[in-house]
Design a protein around this ligand. Structure first.
Ligand code: SF4
Length: 471
């Protein structure tokens, strides 16, 4: 099976997103809510910047010794009674999950939020095999009802307004009183909770993601704000953890450092409401827990990233801060990107996982303002990594001929200072004919840039000429 990647239609997707009134209303929450909350949380913790350095160092150290930590994790997890499955590809991971489901004769699977599940297209695959997946995170539940993928890695339904959720619930829960009041978020939450409670109790298997895997103890860690992850892994007889190789962290101490920057960067909370550590299945005397625990660890191209220029991307702890601060994401939301991972982190990760041919638009969907790098808790140089993909796109002849020609022409000029200065003078003279101080002006050869942007009249003299005159 293949995932639906619509990144090649990014420009069309973006135009539709900009014209979508409901989406534009929903997106104001990202810009107004998340940014301010992160800023306050960071300011309230004097050691926040030092913790970011520490978090970066922990992830770098782990990546440098990932083979050892994977082995150590496997040994500890097995010792605790869990079964560890390594999956090289998305298909391997899907088959591993299916085999566990078949063995358990599972018909219904509850799921806590898992981006790896999205990455491997697990829901569609399970349905094709007559197994019903039920998302239990409220945001995931909403988008599952709407038949959509998540539009944000920590707030999957951030693109949906409250009114749209109400309409969806009235459609999906048609057996309930049509006169019931769903005008408040709390009433929507109560209705979803009641609907999901039955699913939790009926599920044969629970599947969760993992924010971290701890080599020291063989534990997996999930953070949620709803507690659905706990019910997903405790109530069914079998628990499957889906994680990728870069989720490894050496020790409990390291996790405590990463947790301190994760929630603050993501939602501005000191800590998420629920932080759950799970080690193996239920032991004799435990009051609850699954009888079987399986941990599926996915590579899917990451080992290749580890050895190349994109290695730093594997430090990502999926906090979502880069997309929360991205002006492009604010304008179009996540679906326009057309890939599982969106925003600045997706612009780097999606080409590595799904191929640059399908996703070349994404590293170009950035103003390079640098806000993503400025807020990333593990200091990933996202603009530099997007530039890496832009260079590969040029090398592999994926850019349109006109753009390639323009870049070649610019490189030709940039290597010849005399000619470059002459071209600058001619360009200034030409631009001053089109430029305006008080209105838009559309350049015939760059309409995409200037149709909706001010093109101020340029200075009469170039910087170089002004500098020379001032000496
Ligand atoms: S790239 Fe950085 S800011 Fe973006 S999700 Fe990953 S850790 Fe968070």
């Amino acid at each position: 099976m293949s995932l639906s990647i619509t990144s090649p239609a990014f420009k069309e997707n973006a135009a539709l997103a900009l014209a979508d009134v409901d989406l534009q209303q929903a997106l104001t929450h990202v810009e107004r809510g998340f940014i301010e909350k992160r800023r306050k949380a960071a300011e309230a913790l004097p050691e926040f910047e030092a913790l970011r350095d520490e978090a970066r160092a922990i992830k770098e150290h782990t990546l440098a010794h990932l083979d050892l930590y994977l082995e150590a994790f496997e040994a500890k997890a097995q010792h605790a009674g869990a079964e560890v499955h390594f999956a090289e590809t998305a298909e391997d991971a899907r088959q591993a999950v299916l085999a566990i489901c078949r063995r358990a004769k599972a018909r219904t699977v509850t799921k806590g939020k898992s981006m790896i599940s999205e990455e491997i297209g697990l829901n569609d695959f399970l349905e094709e095999n007559d197994i019903a997946p039920v998302e239990t995170d409220l945001g995931e539940y909403i988008i599952q009802l709407r038949g959509e993928p998540p539009s944000h890695i920590i707030a999957p339904a951030v693109h949906v307004t409250r009114n749209q959720v109400e309409q969806e619930f009235r459609r999906a829960h048609a057996g309930l009183d049509p006169e019931r009041d769903l005008s408040e978020p709390v009433s929507l939450l109560a209705e979803a909770r009641a609907a999901l409670r039955e699913k939790f109790l009926a599920a044969d298997i629970g599947i969760t993601g993992a924010n971290f895997l701890i080599a020291e103890t063989g534990s997996s860690v999930i953070v949620t704000n709803e507690g659905n992850g706990d019910l997903t892994q405790i109530l069914p007889r079998v628990h499957i953890v889906l994680a990728s190789i870069e989720k490894l962290v050496p020790t409990l101490e390291d996790v405590s450092t990463l947790l301190r920057v994760l929630a603050r960067s993501a939602t501005g909370q000191d800590m998420s409401v629920y932080t759950t550590f799970s080690t193996g299945p239920r032991r004799p005397g435990d009051p609850d827990g699954p009888e079987e625990t399986h941990i599926v660890i996915l590579d899917n191209g990451r080992a290749e990233m580890l050895a190349g220029e994109l290695r730093e991307m594997l430090r990502c702890i999926r906090c979502g801060a880069c997309m929360n601060h991205c002006p492009v994401y604010h304008a179009i939301g996540g679906h326009a990107y057309g890939a599982t991972y969106v925003g600045p982190m997706g612009a780097v990760l999606a080409p590595a996982l799904f191929g640059l041919e399908k996703t070349a638009n994404l590293p170009n969907a950035s103003t390079f303002c640098g806000r993503c790098e400025a807020v990333c808790p593990v200091r990933i140089p996202l603009p530099k990594l997007m530039r890496h993909w832009r260079e590969r796109e040029y090398e592999r002849h994926l850019k349109p001929a006109a753009e390639r020609g323009g870049l070649k022409f610019w490189a030709f000029l940039a290597k010849r200072p005399g000619l470059y200065r002459l071209a600058t003078r001619l360009g200034l003279a030409a631009l001053s004919r089109f430029g305006r101080q008080d209105s838009y002006a559309s350049l015939p050869f760059a309409g995409g840039w200037t149709r909706h942007r001010d093109l101020p009249a340029p200075a009469a003299k170039s910087f170089l000429d002004q500098w020379k005159a001032s000496r």
